[in-house]
Design a protein around this ligand. Structure first.
Ligand code: SR1
Ligand code: MG
Length: 402
């Protein structure tokens, strides 16, 4: 009997046998080298390569305990969700996601295209590299994967079947707690507050009742608005880039939710890159992050309306003015969720290296105050945030007040 017929957490030394047994990809006599390269909070990622043959692939396995904390356990079904959504997204956004070769329900592992010729976007941005294709690619990805999975385009019973298959309660619960609850009350005592900003965080986040009301609205929208099939964790650690290519991966938080959640995450993570560039005095890079954040919103709007008008199938969705109404509500939600991501990565349990690696304490404290002030403006005034420049004005305004 195969030793891979019952789930266990694989180590580097298991992977060569696993791959040879499960997939006809390498030459039979290939000498495979395996390296664990996982960098996220949840899973184990192995790069398998045959140096002689010049071929490689990735094995990604879900562990029962999370890497970020052994106390947190999440269903390994997330690996199925990830494989299935990547297959759907490949159909709608070809070339913008990795190819899935195979998914194994027993070992909760999938094998996929190796993207080692790309860089993880967060780390590339921390070196202050810029990517001219990014805004165009990420907006194509978002419009195609989101709009095509809504009731605007899909037959409604088929859409409901997808909603059911992407029910992802445990991963959504992580977001509901880490993003949409704890940053405002530290109810589970997991927040990590930079000591220099403790009084600021208490006043601006823990004691701002009007902010809490807005977060409650966004939280219940996140839980109840099954609008589009989302990536669910679309930060710059979920994106590989090179100058002429963008690939979105790691969609294990995928579920049917409000479209603005993904778009908000993209904008917020460009603002973390700005934080890092500003602390390093990299003005040109900062200008690029601002221009790119604006393009992400403005191109998203343009492409969304065009795709909507071409592909809407629902009779009532074709009513004059509805496309614009629907898109505006997504941009409003984008502002709200960008604010949530900015705040939770600044004071919550899962932070971002763009900010935490700023060595100078005063500069890091400043970056964190910029994030919080910008976020509060985006959240509280989200109904008035309509275009890319409105998002970046919130950042510039926060930078002058922090
Ligand atoms: C417990 S998991 C912490 C964070 O890592 C993931 O990438 C998600 O962003 C999650 O909130
Ligand atoms: Mg991830």
């Amino acid at each position: 009997m195969s030793r891979f017929s019952k789930y266990f957490l694989m180590k580097e030394s298991d992977i060569s046998d696993y791959v040879k047994e499960k997939i006809d990809f390498f030459n039979k006599d290939a000498r495979l080298t395996v390296k664990e390269i996982g960098d996220g909070n949840l899973n184990y990622v192995f790069r398998v390569f045959d140096e002689a043959g010049g071929t490689s692939l990735i094995v990604k396995q879900a562990g029962e305990q999370l890497r970020i904390s052994a106390d947190m356990r999440v269903s390994t079904d997330r690996n199925r969700i990830e494989s299935e959504i990547l297959t759907i997204q490949h159909k709608y956004a070809p070339g913008l996601v990795p190819k899935i070769f195979q998914y194994d329900t027993v070992m909760c592992a999938c094998m996929m295209e190796d993207l080692s010729d790309h860089e993880l976007m967060r780390y590339a941005l921390m070196k202050h590299k810029t990517f001219p294709r990014f805004a165009d690619d990420i907006t194509t990805y978002m419009v195609q994967t989101m709009l095509n999975t809504t009731d605007i385009v899909m037959e409604h019973k088929a859409k409901k079947a997808l909603v059911k298959s992407f029910i992802n309660p445990e991963l959504c619960e992580i977001t509901e707690e880490l993003v949409l609850t704890e940053p405002y009350n530290d109810v589970n005592k997991r927040n990590i507050v930079f000591p220099e900003n403790a009084a600021f965080v208490k006043k601006e986040l823990y004691e701002d009742r009007a902010l809490h009301l807005e977060i409650a609205k966004l939280k219940f929208d996140f839980m109840n608005n099954s609008q589009a099939l989302l990536h669910g964790d679309l930060h710059t650690g979920s994106i590989f880039v090179k100058q002429d290519s963008t690939k979105v991966f790691d969609p294990e938080f995928a579920f049917y939710g409000p479209a603005g959640y993904d778009a908000g995450n993209v904008v917020a993570n460009l603002f973390f890159a700005w934080d890092n560039g500003y602390a390093a005095g990299e003005k040109q890079f900062c200008d690029w992050t601002i221009k790119t954040a604006e393009e992400v919103i403005d191109l998203f709007k343009q492409k969304f309306i065009r795709c909507y008008k071409q592909n809407a199938t629902d009779v009532m969705a074709k009513t004059e003015g509805f496309a614009e109404y629907y898109l505006n509500s997504i941009i409003t939600a984008t502002a709200g969720y960008a604010g949530c991501e900015l705040i939770r990565r600044t004071v919550g349990m899962a932070q971002v290296k763009d900010v935490t690696t700023i060595e100078d304490k005063a500069k890091r404290a400043y970056a964190e105050r910029v994030n919080i002030l910008c976020a509060k403006n985006l959240i509280k005034n989200r109904a008035k945030i309509l275009c890319g420049a409105d998002f970046t004005s919130a950042l510039k305004d926060a930078a002058s007040r922090a």
